[in-house]
Design a protein around this ligand. Structure first.
Ligand code: SF4
Length: 243
């Protein structure tokens, strides 16, 4: 039986994007292929995972990693699927585990839970491996950093995602360049102008500053010149005290 390393499992409220406020089971997987300057997530593989003792209590116990997929399915089934809008696959970058996910996800879908994928949008081929069992895709468009650019891979990923309920999220900060925003906007327009697009002001960290209110207004106007559904939504779970 395949095994999968897990970072944590818990029940909480989705804090980002157009599904903000829905109740989800979060399955966080380790490792990431990027190193975004504003990242504040533990991405390294841990010898033990943590799982809530009881759904929604924020009280955790530790279990050994990695976990056999049948055992992981059993752990997830201790959550009341009817109470939850969906299961959020998050990370790190969960598509790094596509070989394991293409076994686990069909089993979860048989139980009737909606699968919501949070991804950095840079691994289009692994996406294809699991796409049949994904319902909603929250895809980041990463603006260039440290001389790394992702435009081509993002465009391919977004085109593959069109078969599903996809929205795009861009984290913006005070020093975000208008040129990069223009390239990102035009990339989305070139794929499908109706794709919901979220401008997410960065939660200040590592000396990175959030945009000024006037910048957010200007950037939303700029995106709305060519896209029909552009919203500005911060990370609401941070000020709700949610995980
Ligand atoms: S893609 Fe996400 S998890 Fe990976 S480094 Fe960037 S913010 Fe962190």
């Amino acid at each position: 039986m395949l095994e999968l390393p897990v970072t944590e499992i818990f029940s909480s409220i989705q804090g980002e994007g157009p599904y903000v406020g829905v109740r989800q089971i979060f399955l966080r997987l380790p490792n990431c292929n990027l190193s975004c300057p504003y990242c504040d997530t533990l991405t390294s593989k841990q010898p033990q995972l943590r799982i809530e003792l009881e759904s929604g209590t924020q009280q955790f116990k530790q279990l050994d990693n990695p976990v056999a997929l049948d055992k992981l399915l059993g752990l997830l089934e201790t959550y009341d699927f009817a109470l939850h809008h969906s299961l959020s696959l998050t990370g790190g970058e969960p598509l790094l585990w596509s070989n394991e996910l293409k076994v686990l996800l069909p089993l979860l879908r048989e139980k009737g839970i909606t699968i919501y994928l949070e991804t950095n949008g840079t691994l289009p081929e692994p996406l294809l491996q699991v796409l049949p069992w994904i319902d909603i895709i929250s895809m980041d468009i990463k603006l260039p950093y440290d001389d790394q650019v992702f435009w081509n891979v993002h465009e391919t990923f977004l085109r593959y995602s069109l078969q599903k309920d996809v929205f795009v999220k861009l984290v913006v900060q005070e020093d975000t360049s208008l040129l990069n925003l223009q390239i990102a906007r035009d990339l989305i327009v070139g794929v499908r102008p109706l794709i919901p697009t979220i401008l997410q002001p960065v939660t200040p960290t590592h000396g990175i500053k959030a945009p000024k209110p006037i910048q957010l207004l200007e950037w939303q106007r700029f995106f709305l010149e060519k896209l029909s559904n552009v919203r500005v939504i911060p990370q609401t779970h941070v000020f709700m005290g949610q995980l």
